[in-house]
Design a protein around this ligand. Structure first.
Ligand code: SAH
Length: 256
């Protein structure tokens, strides 16, 4: 095994180059190999001599094993994810492969390079909805049964957290977000601010503001991040047709 091999787990941010960290872009320059879900790999400029291994969405563990094998053979492998690689993404898949691997896997030099996550990008567009306690929930029920999602949603509502939903819908499972809203409507006030932030930072960005009572979650797709406020989260209306801000005050109870 060559000692020069290593894995850089790189977060590409939500889309635009301005939201790619200098550290991440440096990693993409030194990598001999890039591994990832194909839309992420396609976002990276092709470099001479760099080998690109683009794969489908459902093969995270295969991708992780492949990265380990390449690193053990002396390659410098960038494993890429959108947003932050540790948030519902490849870093956990890689460590799962290491955990179930052999001693040589544990010796591999791995560095996880953080990125701007979708909830941060969405929050920045909206104002400051994550200004007080919040949680993030993925609605991908490929990876988790509905009972677990329902239990966590109930706890999040009871705990009065702002909730950021990742993976709210896909063609394979359009109904989960409807079930989630139905559950939250039983536990939270109908005037709770809700935002659907789609493709934030990209050319097809679309932000839709609503309330829990009025929102239609069928506008969600795979590129949407959904934010549901706490009891403290509020809109600030603005003049001249400007879109309102959404924020959650720093002090709990300050707005009452
Ligand atoms: N690691 C990523 C999340 C991967 S899960 C991160 O930290 O952002 C994929 C989900 O992220 C999508 O279904 C969507 O909910 C969200 N997402 C990713 N990019 C986004 C963007 N530009 N705008 C809104 N949501 C986005």
């Amino acid at each position: 095994m060559s000692s020069a091999g290593r894995i850089l787990v790189v977060g590409l941010g939500p889309g635009p180059a301005a939201w790619l960290t200098p550290e991440a872009s440096g990693a993409l320059e030194v990598a001999t190999d890039v591994i990832g879900y194909f839309p992420y790999v396609e976002r990276i400029a092709a470099r001479e001599g760099q080998v690109r291994h683009a794969s489908d969405n459902r093969v995270e563990l295969d991708r992780a094993r492949h990265a380990l094998e390449l690193a053990k053979a002396g390659r410098v492998v960038a494993v890429v994810s959108g947003g932050d690689p540790g948030v519902f993404a490849m870093a956990a898949a890689l460590f799962e492969a290491v955990d179930h691997g052999d001693e040589a896997d544990r010796a591999v030099d791995i560095a996880v390079l953080p990125g701007v996550s979708a909830m941060q990008a969405a929050a920045a567009r909206l104002g400051a909805p994550l200004g007080h306690d919040f949680c993030a929930i993925s609605l991908s029920d490929n990876l988790k049964p509905w009972e677990v999602i329902a239990r966590r949603l109930t706890a999040a509502a009871q705990g009065d957290f702002v909730i950021a939903f990742y993976n709210p819908a896909s063609r394979a499972r359009p109904d989960t977000i409807h079930a989630a809203f139905k559950l939250l409507r039983e536990l939270k006030a109908p005037d709770t601010p809700v935002a659907f932030a789609r493709a934030v930072g990209r050319a097809d960005e679309r932000i839709v503001l609503s309330t829990l009572g009025a929102a239609d979650p069928s506008i969600c797709d795979m590129s949407t991040l959904v934010l549901v406020g706490s009891s403290e989260t509020r809109f600030i209306s603005r003049p001249n047709g400007l879109s309102p801000w959404i924020y959650t005050p720093r002090h709990y109870g300050a707005g009452r």
